[in-house]
Design a protein around this ligand. Sequence first.
Ligand code: NAP
Length: 509
Amino acid sequence: MAEHEHVRVAVIGSGFGGLGAAVRLRRAGITDFVVLERRDSVGGTWRDNSYPGCACDVPSHLYSFSFAPNPDWPRNFSGQEHIRAYLERVADTFGLRPHIRLDSEVLQARWDAEELRWEIETGSGTLTADMVVSATGPLSDPKIPDIPGLDGFTGKVFHSAQWDHDYDLRGKRVAVIGTGASAIQIIPAIQPLVGKLTVFQRTPAWVMPRMDREISGFERRLHTAVPPTRALRRQMLWLIREFQVGAFTKHPAQMRLVEKLAKYHMTRVVKDPALRAKLTPDYRIGCKRILLSNTYYPALTRPNVDVVASGLREVRGNTLVAADGTEAEVDAVIFGTGFHVTDVPIAHRIKGADGTTLAETWKDGMEALRGSTIAGFPNFMMIIGPNTGLGNSSMILIIEAQLNYMIDYLRQLDTLTTAGTGRAALDARPEAVRSWNTRIQERMRRTVWTTGGCESWYLDANGRNTTVWPGTTGEFRRVTRQVDLAEYRVLRAPAPADRRSADTVEAAR
Ligand code: NAP
């Protein structure tokens, strides 16, 4: 990377968000951009999560870009390797490779209020950019709980997102910590291999049947020959999920019916009443993410599996001790304990207009305008920012909506620059951010995530839901279609002669 290189847009991350941003930039005729990727290949969370059984529980025809359809998805719910290959293909098909800088971890990005640009320090050099689009995602930095004694454990330890494929699990005594979306895919995949499997379950999950099947050769040929059939399929998958949203956000009592189905799904397989009691949640379905699996419950009934209905509290030598005192000596510990979702590590590396980091700004909780921009961080946008997550649909829909916002943001910057004197930048007004978040939190009150009686990673340390969008994806798309300039301060760089004496000034619009 050349020293002091300047680009119009620097995108951080090359998962769905970063690659999507790159495609949309090119389509808008913007080629002066880079995608900074910390690892040596693209794919984000779908590159990192290669654990056995890893798959998506949103159908692939919906969990893919509208502008990069794939008529050849092999299954309803694709496995990780297919999704990763899809993203590699997107990088090739849309000519993104020349823009992608691999092994270029962003170490710091600092807003230069005088020059109205970001100074970015990466593992492979420095550069400046008019705008930074952070697409690091909420599922990029694995979280291993701070368990006393773990350091003294002499066996194998790894996180679901950092699977050690060289470690042979066959015949081993293995503990899986957690029963979230990752763990419930791992457990049935490794149960037949291992000698003994102990599952540490702090909170049981609601698990629904997974309506997976192969997509037939006929369907695939049809989708290729008659593209509207593929579009129709996507539309149907989307509509079903849009109709479900109201039950999560406005009428949680309706979820009781779904709960009955989930209970039936369990009792059909789990005949042992003691195990059933352990696996039955005591909160409303939907409060935590609803999991889909046909193989999880059967795996738990196998003779080599023990379910400890208690969280892992400490490790003594090679013995794991649960909060209820249950002990299990194991050879390997696999943490399926999730990610830093409400405390995203990239926030420590982003420094805004007054030198404060995003992490400091967010010390009482994440907040953004329309899930995208943050007061005091001009020309900075976050893909999958605060309150953009979904309880039941495809995050790609949210990403694409935010990319519309990104393109309009750049268009507005262009217009302002052409109309005014010198370059312009946009900074979200604090009152606009506040009013957006007040509305979100008001709507959050009646949702199943608030009323459902559970603790989930949707909530931050203060118990505020700063992760989920309390509406339909259609609504989110509408509210991110255009940047409303009334919600922003327009910043202008002082004329060169005034530079020494004047700080960045807010221009009259
Ligand atoms: P997660 O949903 O955050 O689950 C973490 C699990 O670890 C929870 O069961 C949690 O228990 C448990 N845990 C934490 N500390 C523990 C302790 N000391 N002892 C025992 N258990 C402990 O993480 P994840 O499963 O990796 O999933 C994260 C997100 O990734 C998902 O929600 C989803 O968005 C995505 N994902 C999707 C798929 C898919 O599409 N199929 C697959 C994998 C991941 P508590 O419930 O008590 O907190």
